[in-house]
Design a protein around this ligand. Structure first.
Ligand code: CMP
Length: 139
């Protein structure tokens, strides 16, 4: 079975109308969408999701932003999913993202950076489990 990664299209990209364009790039890069939902995180849920960043100076700003509007959460399947997806989305700071990457195209700045991508296989599984029941993942 191929690897999985977990992504969210963030509130900035959703409100700017970029859901369709971003999903198209994800599909064209060879990822299979095996779970997907649009939802709005509460401040508490966003805080829990980004727990590992609790001590960072940007934590409060991050969780307020991530709970400010709807997001699209998805689980993606592909060989080498985590690394290939991080290549597709580009650097966290869009000013440093390679041309043509999702963040270079659609992100506003390091906080409002259009998409999240899991940074390890372990976190991809944890984050997928945070957003989806096993009955909502179709592998
Ligand atoms: P993401 O991949 O969702 O994981 C953690 C997020 O923290 C990251 O994307 C950024 O949106 C956010 N982040 C990282 N560094 C900063 C920063 N310096 N200021 C604001 N937000 C940040």
């Amino acid at each position: 079975m191929s690897d999985i990664t977990f992504t969210m299209i963030k509130p900035d990209a959703v409100s700017a109308g970029h859901i369709g364009a971003i999903l198209k790039k994800i599909n064209e890069a060879g990822f299979r969408i095996v779970a997907m939902k649009m939802s709005k995180l509460s401040l508490e849920k966003a805080g829990e999701f980004y727990e590992i960043h609790r001590e960072r100076p940007f934590y409060r700003e991050l969780i307020e932003f991530m709970s400010s509007g709807p997001i699209v959460a998805a689980v993606l399947e592909k060989e080498n999913a985590v690394e290939d997806f991080r290549t597709l989305i580009g650097a966290t700071n869009p000013a440093e993202a390679e041309p043509g990457t999702i963040r270079a195209l659609y992100a506003r700045d390091v906080g409002e950076n259009a998409v999240h991508g899991a940074d390890s296989d372990e976190n991809a599984r944890r984050e997928a489990g945070f957003h989806f029941a096993t009955t909502e993942i179709f592998r």
